[in-house]
Design a protein around this ligand. Structure first.
Ligand code: ME8
Length: 547
């Protein structure tokens, strides 16, 4: 859990959420993808000096969870408790996710408020009783329209399948309560028009616009055929539809109806991170629910694309068998956090492969970044006994690095902090790393050292060469100081190792307190900092498992 800066108490927090995930199984790479993205985004904003609130959690009601628990011979609550404690929370800890809260939809702080919210809508005449019959996918917990279903083949021949789960839908006929969603189409379109950044990326916005323009149906918001859910407060025979229950987590977790001060300081969410599978729930149903209840709407719904392995979407119903821990065992946690955001444009589909990960690890992390850090550490220890020298002879070559850093910082800040273009922001930092490597290659400090160190080549070291050597090493170390700051949100542990080996902490304070806005201020790392060789940031990879 991360602390929020005391200095900004009283201002509204930058509030980011992930979906709350279904706990019918352990988390997989797809869940971790969205959650790591949210973590990087919130860490970035923390380092901008903002007050931040990062929420994740679990979606525990509904038929899907109920059936899974039944199949395992335990109650749904027992099942959820076990999965949350043994699988979900441990993975987020393992991946260094600094969420400020973890909401579970079975918690009383949530269920009480969900009842109040729905009762409010009922009292306002937004909910009525009616009937519905249609194909239902339990995997999605959603009624489907006949037109979107697929024809089954093989074992499913003759059946209609859900287009996402590729499993048969069930015909459901229910007397339910309905939310008058159909009345919100024009208001939503007006809202999207006035807030062009509300749904991102552009492809997601287009999908939502065309969906809403077709006209919306009222939404069934209760179920009476099973009871694993929050009771409809005015009718004991119904539970609230799991999606209505789930969406409300974003409000109940930050004090809706319970803690006015907290709610005022957090609401509304600035960014709801979602996968594109659940875009409509967040960009259509959710804002309509909030409009109906007179609450301010979120700033942005950003839909990430599908993560695939060999062209297959990774999900619980279509498992590929690679667990997040398999990858972190091999590549390490920080490389894992970095890879998916670096390799795949956020918002677009992307494929993962061991080969690509291995290639990027070796070329960008180990060779470009890791080698730079170890070369600078080793040379500072060798030539200056680890006492970082000042830079008395800075010239045009150094100015290129100073300018390069200013550019990389501005790019990364805009792309990661504002646009959620993680790949672009990380690339800006790694381009800068390449520049620093090129600088060292061109300046050849190891050659300058021969002329600089007394007795090394010539009898006496030349003062000019000494000044050059000092300048080169200071420049590279100062560049790395900034790299540690800029990569801290992405790779917290590795950046900390670097920060420590640069001896930065005594003068500059903890890495997490470093501000993005100051990252490009040249000369922050003081001469005299105690530089050590430090551990290898990215060790050589073991041979991959062959099974
Ligand atoms: O839908 N690629 O939960 P869920 C990228 N409980 N992201 C993926 C992914 C993939 N292959 N697979 C999953 C639910 N995700 C509801 C949410 S919110 C009020 C309720 C990520 O466990 C992505 O963020 O099925 C997706 O939207 C989410 O996990 C779905 O998780």
């Amino acid at each position: 859990m991360a602390a929020t800066g005391e200095e900004q108490q009283g201002t509204k927090a930058f509030y980011v959420s992930t979906p709350i995930y279904y706990v019918n199984d352990a988390p997989h790479l797809g869940h971790a993808y969205t959650t790591v993205a949210g973590d990087v985004l919130t860490r970035w904003h923390r380092q901008r000096g903002e007050k931040v609130w990062y929420l994740t959690g679990t979606d525990e009601h509904g038929q899907k969870i109920m059936r899974t628990a039944e199949a395992h011979g335990v109650t749904p609550q027992e099942w959820c408790d076990k999965l949350v404690e043994e699988a979900w929370k441990p993975l987020w800890e393992h991946l260094e996710i600094a969420n400020d809260d973890f909401i579970r939809t079975t918690e009383k702080r949530h269920t009480d408020r969900v009842q109040e919210f729905v009762q409010d809508l009922y009292d306002k005449g937004e909910i009525y009783r009616g009937g519905y019959e249609g194909p239902y996918c339990v995997g999605c917990e959603e009624y489907k329209t006949p037109g979107e279903l697929l024809d089954g083949e093989g074992e499913y021949a003759g059946l209609k399948l859900c287009p996402i789960h590729k499993t048969p839908v069930e015909m459901l006929k229910e007397e339910n309560y309905f939310f008058k969603l159909s009345e919100y189409g024009p208001k939503l379109l007006e809202f999207y028009e006035a807030n062009p950044g509300f749904v991102q990326p552009e492809s997601a916005r287009n999908e939502v616009l065309s969906f809403v323009r077709q006209g919306l149906n009222d939404l069934s918001i209760s179920r009476s055929t099973f009871d694993w859910g929050v009771r409809v407060p005015w009718d004991d025979n119904h539970v609230i539809y799991v999606w209505i229950d789930a969406l409300l987590n974003y409000a109940t977790a930050v004090g809706y109806g319970a803690d006015e001060q907290k709610f005022a300081g957090t609401w509304p969410a600035d960014v709801h991170l979602v996968g594109k599978d659940i875009l409509r729930f967040h960009a259509v149903i959710w804002p309509a629910m909030l409009m109906a209840n007179g609450l301010p709407l979120p700033g942005k719904v950003f839909a990430n694309g599908w993560l695939m392995v060999g062209g297959e979407k990774m999900s619980k119903s279509n498992l590929t068998g690679i667990k997040p821990q398999d990858l972190t065992d091999h590549f390490g946690v920080d490389a894992y956090r970095w890879y998916f955001l670096r390799a795949i444009q956020y918002g677009q589909d992307g494929s993962f492969s061991w080969e690509d990960f291995t290639h990027r690890y070796t070329s960008e992390l180990a060779n470009d970044f890791g080698n730079l850090a170890s070369r600078v550490g080793a040379m500072t220890v060798k030539y200056f006994d680890g006492d970082l020298p000042a830079a008395p002879a800075a010239g045009p070559a150094e100015q290129v690095i100073v300018d390069g850093l200013a550019h990389a910082t501005a790019e990364a800040d805009r792309r990661i902090g504002d646009e959620l273009d993680f790949a672009g922001g990380i690339a800006a930092v790694f381009d800068f790393i390449k520049k620093v490597n090129l600088y060292l290659t061109e300046q050849e400090p190891w050659k300058v050292a021969k002329a600089a160190i007394p007795g090394a080549a010539d009898a006496a070291g030349s003062p000019e060469a000494q000044a050059r050597l000092a300048t080169i090493l200071y420049t590279a170390a100062e560049a790395l100081r900034a790299v540690a700051v800029l990569l801290h949100p992405v790779m917290p542990a590795t950046s900390q190792q670097l920060w420590t080996s640069l001896g930065a902490e005594p003068a500059l304070g903890p890495l997490a307190d470093q501000r993005i806005a100051e990252a490009a201020e040249w000369g922050r790392l003081p001469a005299g900092a105690r530089v050590t060789k430090g551990a290898i940031l990215f060790p050589r990879l073991e041979d991959p498992k062959t099974d």
